[in-house]
Design a binder for this molecule. Sequence first.
Ligand SMILES: C[S@@+](CC[C@H](N)C(=O)[O-])C[C@H]1O[C@@H](n2cnc3c(N)ncnc32)[C@H](O)[C@@H]1O
Length: 299
Amino acid sequence: MAQHISVLADEVIALADPQPGQTVVDATVGVGGHSTLIWPRIQPGGTLIALDQDPTMLAIAQGHLTDLPIVWKHANFEDLPAVLDELRIPAVDAILADLGFCSDQMSDAARGLSFQSDGPLDMRLDPTRGEPASALIRRLSEKELADIFWQYGEERFSRRVARQVVETRKATPIATTGQLADLVRRCVPRSRGHAIDPATRVFQALRIAVNDELGALERFLQVVPDCLKPRGKVAIISFHSLEDRIVKKAFRGMPNLVKELTRKPVQASEQEKRDNPRSRSAKLRVAQRRVDQDSPLTT
Ligand SMILES: C[S@@+](CC[C@H](N)C(=O)[O-])C[C@H]1O[C@@H](n2cnc3c(N)ncnc32)[C@H](O)[C@@H]1O
């Protein structure tokens, strides 16, 4: 049974407005929550292409949406042009990317994403690509580690944690989430009145670095306009300011190609925030492909 609850589902459907016969890409299918809502709206005759970089999530989504003729692809969304080429689909009507990770990935100790349970320090969302967090922790210099903790986690004690990592690894390899969480908790004081674990920011930073999350998002946003039909829509849900900044900059940086449909990001209702704490930080931005570069849409 999947644990993940899809965020901003009504808002995505209202703004992306999938219609019968359309071709839609769910670039981050996860447990298939958004896809479940999109599929009936594009019938009859529609095509849903579901991507995930994590083969485990793809299998979970397939289990939920079994019997539906969805096109499943194990791929990083930055490779969307190659996926569409392979399918001989020149362009699509809508693309959704709901960034980050699913609750199911976080709660699986074997994935090494969580500091709440002990597991191997891996953190790769695509276990077939890149190097695990333990390898980064072993390989990077003290300065490189401090920069990651600061830039991707905004950890005020980034240098102290990096120094401690380098000291510790001289004696013992840091191979588990428990070891790293304990090390961070020794360096970062628990802020008074805050329930947040001191290891939170360092774990977020490492996950972003291991999966090159910001690089993949930037490359994806560069290729998105070419993958959309005229008037096709792209909807992106982000979960922290680093991602939202990239989405906003990309949409505003190509005014000849896309028009923003959300000047301000759409956020969850108070009710959704109460029901699903993960939705509290979610921000949805939607843009529409212009009809052609020289005649911008007026609507
Ligand atoms: C927040 S969950 C998506 C949940 C989904 N919208 C749902 O309703 O079930 C994010 C998913 O995106 C996947 N993912 C993250 N970055 C990706 C990327 N660059 N390419 C493809 N999939 C990615 C993760 O593996 C995870 O399964």
